[in-house]
Ligand binder design. Structure first.
Ligand SMILES: C[S@@+](CC[C@H](N)C(=O)[O-])C[C@H]1O[C@@H](n2cnc3c(N)ncnc32)[C@H](O)[C@@H]1O
Length: 176
């Protein structure tokens, strides 16, 4: 959650909150005047996060705006831009064209110097490159190339989280 500024007021967006593991950590970083939007495709996850996390949070923190959209990020018309975007989307499971589209949408929502953080499981691409059929190996090479290009263009940084099972890498990209 390093991408979230310590200053206020700030605007934070979470894309694909799932069960809300990161949502809890983001909520803990908010202060009066902040705005937190969440966009989650699954209506089951949306309902559960809304009931278990957001409703109780709003009752205790009436000066923090927290809004959950049950929709896909590509189709959600969000107003304004954000200081930080925390993204839980499993990019390696999506077709390359969709990954490109998702990053375009998210960078369109990010303020200048704002950070977009996402997570990927370690060794996923390497395993596919070694054990995949030739079409998958080719696609995986292209995916790795795209990742590296984005990383370079957006002053990327990364950190490995070994305590997570399976271990993952946090990638941070900056709006230049
Ligand atoms: C890997 S899970 C998120 C994991 C989450 N950090 C957790 O702790 O549960 C990915 C989530 O992204 C959601 N999702 C997938 N595609 C999406 C899209 N285009 N827009 C918004 N949410 C999406 C899925 O419904 C799923 O809940």
């Amino acid at each position: 959650m390093q991408s979230i500024p310590h200053t206020s007021p700030k605007r934070v967006l979470e894309v694909g909150c799932g069960t809300g593991a990161f949502t809890k950590e983001i909520l803990a970083k908010l202060q009066d005047g902040d705005v937190f939007y969440i966009v989650e495709l699954s209506s089951d996850f949306s309902k559960s996060v809304e009931t278990k996390l957001l409703q109780p949070f709003r009752e205790k923190n009436p000066k923090i705006e927290v809004v959950l959209h049950n929709a896909s990020i590509e189709e959600t018309d969000l107003e304004g831009t954000f200081d930080a975007i925390i993204c839980g989307l499993p990019f390696n499971n999506f077709p390359l064209e969709l990954v490109e589209q998702l990053f375009t949408v998210m960078f369109g929502l990010l303020k200048q110097k704002g950070e977009l953080a996402y997570f990927e499981y370690l060794w996923m691409l390497q395993l596919r490159r070694i054990f995949g059929f030739s079409r998958i190996r080719l696609e995986t090479k292209q995916r790795a190339r795209d990742n590296n290009t984005r990383f370079a263009q957006h002053s990327g940084s990364q950190e490995t989280v070994w305590r997570n099972l399976p271990s993952c890498r946090v990638v941070r990209l900056r709006q230049c």
